[in-house]
Structures are given as C-alpha cells and as structure tokens.
Design a protein around this ligand. Structure first.
Ligand SMILES: [Zn+2]
Ligand SMILES: [Zn+2]
Length: 130
C-alpha cells in the first residue's frame, strides 16, 4: 500500500478548491464532443477519484453542477465559470487535470485517449510517458 497522497487544485478565481486523497484512477484524455463543449478545449485530460476521496475546500464549497447526462453532472465555478470536472452518480468524481495545482504529477499522466476521432483532424495529442 502506497502512502495516501493528497492532490489539490481549484478554479481560476479560487472560489472552488478541491482536495483529492489517495489513488488517482484512470488518468486519460478525451476528445468527445461533450468534453469539448464542456471545456472549450479540443481535448480534456481527466483523472478519477472515489467521491469519498474528494473534498471541496474553497470558500464556495461544492461547485455548481449541470446535469449533462443520465449518469453524470458537470461541475463548474459559478463565480468565474471555470470547469472543474464531472460528478458522477457512480460514486466517482472525475477532475480535469488542468485544474490541479501540480498537473505534472506522474500519477496524473494520461494512460489513454478516448474519442480520439472527435478531435479536429489538424489536432494531435502526444503524451510523453515518463
Ligand atoms: Zn472560480
Ligand atoms: Zn469526453
């Protein structure tokens, strides 16, 4: 058993902050249409944690949510509009790696790319595995 690690991150304005403890699950990138529209970016980088492992530590508490599908809600800051991730019914919270304080963490390096076909043809994603 590895020591429980604590990851931190938050939105652009600092109203919503999170702490995620333990094992970072399924780090991956995704270029599906929903992720594109949710982030405004061509590809989103995700990492998942069990809901219990994530606490919302900023002055704004839990983020605002938009029900994006039957199984999940997208989370964002109502003050600055930054997107933070997705809160699934599953009890999983998926956080966007771009919102982490230290996105360079080895455990956050994407292991795969979902919906590569959803990205524009002129865009490529290269992940350097370390
Ligand atoms: Zn904010
Ligand atoms: Zn996606």
């Amino acid at each position: 058993m590895v020591d429980a690690k604590t990851y931190t991150g938050g939105c652009l304005c600092g109203h919503i902050r999170f702490e995620a403890k333990g094992l970072a699950v399924n780090p991956h990138t995704c270029s599906c249409e929903m992720c594109r529209r949710h982030t405004g970016a061509l590809t989103a980088a995700w990492v998942e944690f069990p809901s219990k492992a994530v606490s919302w530590t900023g002055p704004g508490g839990a983020p605002s949510v938009y029900r994006s599908s039957k199984v999940s809600s997208r989370a964002f800051c109502a003050m600055c509009g930054s997107t933070l991730g997705a809160i699934d019914d599953a009890p999983t919270v998926a956080l966007l790696v771009g919102s982490f304080d230290e996105p360079d963490d080895a455990e956050l390096v994407p292991k795969g790319h979902s919906f590569r076909s959803g990205q524009p043809k002129w865009w490529t994603v290269e992940i350097s595995q370390r």
